[in-house]
Design a protein around this ligand. Structure first.
Ligand SMILES: CC(C)(COP(=O)(O)OP(=O)(O)OC[C@H]1O[C@@H](n2cnc3c(N)ncnc32)[C@H](O)[C@@H]1OP(=O)(O)O)[C@@H](O)C(=O)NCCC(=O)NCCS
Length: 225
């Protein structure tokens, strides 16, 4: 059951929050339906990212960290998601990753991932980056719904770390795509089961972008255009 958020505090986290982040990640890991949907990070990663200004936003309720969002600037690193989307070097340096987000199981359903993502999108824009990218597992429709609702779109699909399938999502903050605007009526729209990897690979290869998800009793459908 969701604990309603009456008094929560959202703020940038600093080095002192390392133990809280580690223990929240352990709770999240212990509650995953399958390990594939959420890539866990090492303590060293948290340590380094906490040193970078505005990279980690946390939500605290009743003096406990209950949610976080992390951004990372990959530059020209091999793991830049811009490379998965075939960006050229002059675009790669404008890429920011929504690297990770998670909410304590007891507090899910309060829209915290969306709120944290919106806050971090404003930070990324303020920092002067143009492209926002992230990955989501096709087995994680709730997270996909949240990122799509923030204007990111599915532009890639491929096996990433450990060979786990990931959608590659992208949003150009300076030049919004049609998800952010009123869509033309004659647009070619196709809906497909989120579990249909082959079908979505074909759509992405043909230049379709995933922009919406609807939940069904037995799964979810993604809309491409
Ligand atoms: C993905 C995640 C961050 C979403 O949390 P959230 O922001 O609280 O989710 P929302 O408020 O958007 O929830 C929307 C609905 O989905 C439900 N929901 C949220 N997370 C869920 C989950 N993991 N499994 C099933 N249902 C979930 C909520 O209860 C809510 O239902 P309701 O509309 O009936 O109230 C959270 O599930 C999580 O931390 N998961 C594990 C880590 C993870 O997957 N991170 C994202 C990696 S890309």
């Amino acid at each position: 059951m969701t604990i309603p958020l009456i008094d929560a505090d959202m703020k940038f986290l600093k080095a002192g929050s390392l133990p809280d982040l580690m223990s929240l990640q352990s709770i999240i890991a212990a509650n995953l339906p399958c390990p594939e949907i959420f890539m866990l990070h090492e303590e060293k990663f948290f340590q380094e990212i906490l040193r970078l200004e505005r990279s980690v936003i946390g939500v605290t309720a009743e003096e406990e960290l209950i949610a976080f969002s992390i951004i990372r600037i990959p530059g020209l690193a091999d793991d830049s998601l811009g490379k998965d989307l075939n960006m050229r070097e002059e675009e790669l340096i404008k890429v920011a990753h929504l690297q990770a987000a998670a909410v304590h199981p007891a507090y899910r359903g309060n829209g915290l991932q969306r709120k944290l993502t919106s806050a971090h999108l404003r930070v990324i824009e303020d920092m002067g980056y143009e492209h926002v990218c992230c990955t989501v597992s096709p087995k994680n429709p709730v997270s996909l719904a949240n990122y799509l609702s923030c204007g990111l779109m599915i532009e890639g699909l491929r096996p990433k770390m450990q060979g786990w399938w990931r959608f590659i999502l992208h949003k150009n903050i300076l030049h919004p795509n049609f998800a952010d605007m009123e869509r033309p009526v004659d647009i070619n729209e196709i809906k497909i089961q989120i579990s249909d990897i082959e079908g979505q690979l074909d759509l992405v290869k043909r230049g379709f972008k995933g922009f919406k998800i609807t939940f069904l009793p037995d799964g979810a459908e993604v809309f491409y255009a």
